[in-house]
Ligand binder design. Sequence first.
Ligand SMILES: Cc1cc2nc3c(=O)[nH]c(=O)nc-3n(C[C@H](O)[C@H](O)[C@H](O)COP(=O)(O)O)c2cc1C
Length: 334
Amino acid sequence: MTDKAVLGLSWVELGRPKLSPRALYGRYAVVFFYPRAGSPGCTREVQDFRDRYLQFRSLGAEVLGVSPDPLAAVEEFAKAQGIPFPLLSDSELALARAFGLGGGRRIPRSTFLLDRGGVVRRAWLRVRVDGHADEVLKALEAVRAADLEVNPLVGVRRAHRALAAEPVPRQELEKLVEAAHLAPSCFNNQPWRFVVVTGENLTKVKGALPGGNYWAQAAPAVIAVASHRDLDCKLSDNRDYFLLGCGMAVGFLMIQATQMGLIAHPIAGYDPIAVKKALNIPEDYVLITLVVVGKPGDPATLSEKHREIELGLRDRKPLTSVLFWEQMPRTEAK
Ligand SMILES: Cc1cc2nc3c(=O)[nH]c(=O)nc-3n(C[C@H](O)[C@H](O)[C@H](O)COP(=O)(O)O)c2cc1C
């Protein structure tokens, strides 16, 4: 199994003929490695994938066969067998290495099922051809069904308050901002500005928190999110988009933090003037939120009310009170 479960899409370019990552964008990928074009087992395997290709396609997947044969041999094999999907030549074994299939000149028969994010969701090593394509099809159905549920990171993210005093490494804090910076924005204006505070200014920031946010005193880091309305689109009907842009960026940051096992809790409860002064944020900027960052700590450090929230189920209005189809109901109008 590959030690890199997240391959992204760049591996697509490693075989020959070169495929563009665009070809796989938004699709699942079934990548099957076979040892030798034209051998009886490999012929049966490509035929099995060929005969189920429409089913794979209808489930949103592309199929790719890979072998170490030279390109001419692969092309001949594809033609002889009427293969409708790409067969790639991996004569340098670059693709095999990317999937963690190291070793000699022989590629072991193995198959990988990657999701739309380039994450390996299933891997089959030492594949036996009989029934294999059907098994992969079944696995694809299961992965697809799971992906039609709410994203697990969105589902488990919480505004937790119990923080450990342990510091968060600088690279991890930077990774949070890197994810935030990938958010969309009006005209790609990127109106967000982040000030990451871990040093002596952290004491000043903590001094600007009210008693209700006592729990944030334990935080090893705070990320201040600031912007100005001139940094983004200003459209009719009061549509100032800088706040939306920053909101989306903070959303991305929180999901990234959840993936990394960190708490990233946005707060509005602070003295904005004092924090702006401490962090040298211009007066005319809006300090939209402070994101309190840390590793999960002991809920026993929280007040009873917060402990209950921390350990309790998530509280949401029913979906029917926020989701309307086609028109807003009259009762919503002010
Ligand atoms: C803009 C904003 C401001 C918030 N301010 C505070 C705050 O000052 N103190 C606090 O304890 N939680 C604060 N929260 C956290 C919310 O209370 C929390 O997100 C909400 O109760 C939903 O819980 P959940 O995030 O666990 O689903 C804030 C959240 C947002 C998005």
